[in-house]
Every structure is written in C-alpha cells, then in structure tokens.
Design a protein around this ligand. Sequence first.
Ligand SMILES: Nc1ncnc2c1ncn2[C@@H]1O[C@H](COP(=O)(O)OP(=O)(O)OP(=O)(O)O)[C@@H](O)[C@H]1O
Ligand SMILES: [Mg+2]
Length: 355
Amino acid sequence: MTEIVLQDLAKHYDSSVAVEHMSIRIAPGELVALLGPSGCGKTTTLRMVGGFVDVSSGRILVGGRDVTALPPNRRNMGFVFQNYALFPHMSVAENVAFGLQMRKTPKPETAKRVAQALARVKLASFADRLPKQLSGGQQQRVALARALVIEPDVLLLDEPLSNLDATLRQEMKIEIRQLQQSLGLTTIFVTHDQDEAMSVADRMVLMRQGRVEQMGTPGDIFETPCSRFAAEFMGVTNLFPGKAAAPGLFVLDDGAVVRLADAAVPSGPCSLALRPERIEVSAAPPAEGDNSFHAMVEIATYRGALIEYRLRSQRGLTMIARRPTPALGGPAVLAPGATVHVSWPITAGSLVPEN
Ligand SMILES: Nc1ncnc2c1ncn2[C@@H]1O[C@H](COP(=O)(O)OP(=O)(O)OP(=O)(O)O)[C@@H](O)[C@H]1O
Ligand SMILES: [Mg+2]
C-alpha cells in the first residue's frame, strides 16, 4: 500500500490558473474523492498525479518517491479516463493487454494477467469482443481491468461512473469500492456528485476554483461545511444571511431571531445553514424550545421516500423542508396554501461564513 502526497501543487495555463496550492496527503489504501463543480481543477489535479499534465510548481510523492518529473509509464498508476478511452479496433483482451505490452511483459505472463483482470471485473467471457459490442457498464469494466492489470500502486479514476445509468452507477460504485479495498489500492476518485463522493470515499477534498475549499470525512463536510460554498455544494438548501447578535442568537436579515446551540460568534458576514430534512412542518404547534414560525406551503413535491415542501414565512423567507411520506410513517401531506408551523431544534442550525 502506497501513500500519495501532493505538496503545493499548481498548474497555470498562459493567463489562467487551473490548480493552486494543492496540498493533500492520501494515506496508504485510502480512497479520496476529489469533488467540486465543473472547471474547479479536478481533472487537472488527477492528470498531474498521473503524469499526463506537467506541473507548473509543487511536488508529487508516491510511496516517499518524488515522481513529479517521471513520465506516466514510470509511475505505476492505473488510470481510468472519463470517457474510458478504449481502443475501438482492439478486442477487450487486447485493450487490457496494452499496458503490459508497453512494459514488454512476456506473452504467457500477459495472457495470464489479462485473464485474471477480466475475471476480476466479471468479463471473462467477453475477451474477444470489440468495445462497440459492449454496454456502457461493460466498457467501464474493461477500462477498470486495463487500469488494474498492471498491478498499479495507485488507482486514478476520473468520473468513472458518469456515462452509466442510475442503477448501473450504484452497482459499479459498490464494485469499485470492493475491488479497491480488497486490493488495498490507494485511490483518487474524481466526481462532481456529492452523493457519489460521500458513498465511496474515506475522505473528500472539496475543490473550488483550483483550490482546496474543505477536506475531511464525508461526515465532517456534510455536518459542518466550512463556508456557504461548501454548504451549498453539500445540498444545504436553506442558507439565510443575518448577523450573530450574541452567543447562540442569530438575527436573520428579515429581523427574525433564531436560537442556536452553537455559541460561536463569527466575525465576518455569515448565514444560518439548515438542512431541509431537519425542518419539521406541521399543522400542530411545535415542541417547546424549538425555533418556530408560521409559514405557508407554496409547493409540495412527491420525491419517493420524501415529500419536499417549499414554504414561505410571513416575513417572506423561502425555505425547503423534506419530510417522510405517509407511506413511510410520515404525517399526511400538507396542501399548497395551508398555514403551518415550521420548526427545528436549536441543535439543527449552524453558522457558515459568507464568501
Ligand atoms: N489545456 C488547457 N488549456 C487551458 N486551460 C485549461 C486546459 N485544461 C484545463 N483548463 C482549464 O483549467 C480549469 C480546470 O479544468 P479541469 O478540467 O481540471 O476541471 P474539472 O474540475 O475537471 O471540470 P469538469 O467537472 O467539467 O470535468 C478550467 O477552467 C479549464 O478551462
Ligand atoms: Mg474533469
């Protein structure tokens, strides 16, 4: 198992900066998700680690060895590109064998390892097909087999599930995670999908405009986003600007006063962050001690396991709440126009800096 260390990595293109001050340490056997919106520098970072893009400054250490100046084929890393990049005129087996041939591996050894890699991704009987004769999920597996066959120290995956439908994505996610864990492969997994990142990663690196915005376990970033940007990216749909008036007291811009268990008083401008699933919506008055106000249901949307409400307070504040559907033990659905109590426990809200 191999440690990866990125030290103050940067990539500049003529006038623009793609990646800057990227310093992370990935523990041996760890899966780290690089997460962030389009253009934030995920692919550039991954390609620098793989050796496909030269760094402008900084260093990359793999297992203690400085690989910054080495070409890709001397880094012993398995790479799965976003579009798989299979060779269309080569069979599945030839695609998988490619990396071994480049390394001048003897033929019998190559055949053995290709068979092994295909078995590992459950494609043993597809060796002679061409990529175009495979489904998206099968092509994705070939790409994975091709990355694994060289017995890499490190696995680099760039949006490996983006071309798959929802069901297949779910399956492949689990398969990749199981393979990665059973082989003990230190892995960087690029995605722009926070759900996907949370469900596969040991830790996540949230990127913003070429820099690390926040790094931590999925739980850390989900529970305590460090900024409005991080909160929004992690699906906090309720972010209300205001001012910390005193420890545990926050005054929203519309004048409403909210109590918080968190007694920190941030110095700069900040917002109250409230996850939609923490907000109770009810015709009956809420529990004593909770924050509450009157609101009107604007829209109620059926979302499978959840009903999503858009609500508007008397002061005009719009918020989103998600409650379990009646089928799952939730209360009866409230109709648009209904006047309701909206409430949340004081432990549910947190303050995040504006930015
Ligand atoms: N070869 C290049 N020349 C100039 N600018 C580039 C080049 N490659 C990438 N960039 C720029 O660098 C920034 C980061 O790009 P990158 O591909 O790393 O983003 P990303 O996070 O992978 O985005 P996406 O989610 O869309 O794949 C973008 O602004 C992009 O336009
Ligand atoms: Mg990309």
